[in-house]
Structures are given as structure tokens and as C-alpha cells.
Design a protein around this ligand. Structure first.
Ligand SMILES: [Zn+2]
Length: 154
């Protein structure tokens, strides 16, 4: 039992880190900016954000939601997306543990968090997320025994 809790917590930490990347995706993908370059910077003053000011949830709390350099408010979307992704990863591990179902579940919920964040901010849902999602979903569906039997006509 203790082990299982530890694994769920680990999944939550991974989810938090992934949530941090989801924020990068939500900020940059709709603007067709690179997801890897340059590193994170304050949209107010342009100062690069140090790694220790970029720790999910913790940094937002310690900085009281403000840029260290210029004091500009950091959008609530950042900690919200991190918390949601962390919680959903923890829940997925709790439900499925180390299985393919877990991998599919976290892919799905992570994409949904990204879509939700972008939709709330810009009222758009990028094809760049949904179209690959549809393809991945169809592949996943076709791997289910019932669907495979139906497609195979048996
Ligand atoms: Zn700033």
C-alpha cells in the first residue's frame, strides 16, 4: 500500500513536470513558436526565467505569482495547468498502474489539458493537437479486441 502511494506521488511529480511543458505548448503552439527555443522568459520584461523560478507550483507560490524581475503578475493558467496535469497523472496511475492503459490515459488527459488551456485563453482548439489525436485514437481503438474482431469480421 505504501509502495502504491509512493508510485502515485511519483506519477504526480512527472505530471507536474509535464504540466510545465503543457504551459509552453499552450503559450507557443497557437503562435507557431518553437516549443524548445528560446527558454522561458517573462512576457512583461523579457528576462529569462531561471530554473529555480520555473519549478511547477512551488515557484509560483514562492514568487507569490509575480515575476522576480519586474513584478508582473504570472497568469493563473500556469499553476492551474501544472496542478491539473499532476493530479490527472496521479489518478491515472492510481487507476491503471504500469500498463499501456496508463500511457494512453496520460497522453489523452495531457492533450485535453493543453486543449482546455488554449481554448479558455484564445477560444480556439488547434488542429495541431486534435488531428494527430484523432489518428492516435483510431490506432488505439483498432487495438481493442472487440474492434479488431469487428473489423476482421469474426
Ligand atoms: Zn518580468
Amino acid at each position: 500500500m505504501e509502495h502504491r502511494l509512493l508510485h502515485v506521488l511519483t506519477a504526480a511529480l512527472f505530471g507536474l513536470a509535464v504540466g510545465s511543458f503543457v504551459n509552453v505548448v499552450a503559450s507557443r503552439l497557437p503562435e507557431r513558436r518553437s516549443l524548445v527555443h528560446p527558454g522561458s522568459a517573462c512576457p512583461g520584461c523579457g528576462v529569462a526565467i531561471a530554473w529555480h523560478d520555473n519549478i511547477p507550483i512551488l515557484s509560483f507560490t514562492l514568487l507569490r505569482g509575480r515575476c522576480r524581475a519586474c513584478g508582473m503578475a504570472i497568469a493563473w493558467r500556469y499553476p492551474a495547468v501544472e496542478a491539473a496535469t499532476g493530479a490527472l497523472w496521479a489518478l491515472a496511475w492510481w487507476m491503471w498502474g504500469p500498463t499501456l492503459d496508463f500511457a494512453v490515459a496520460v497522453l489523452f488527459v495531457t492533450a485535453l489539458v493543453a486543449i482546455t488551456a488554449i481554448d479558455v485563453e484564445r477560444q480556439i482548439i488547434p488542429d495541431l493537437i486534435t488531428l494527430p489525436g484523432i489518428v492516435a485514437g483510431l490506432f488505439w481503438l483498432s487495438s481493442l479486441p472487440a474492434v479488431a474482431a469487428w473489423v476482421g469480421g469474426t
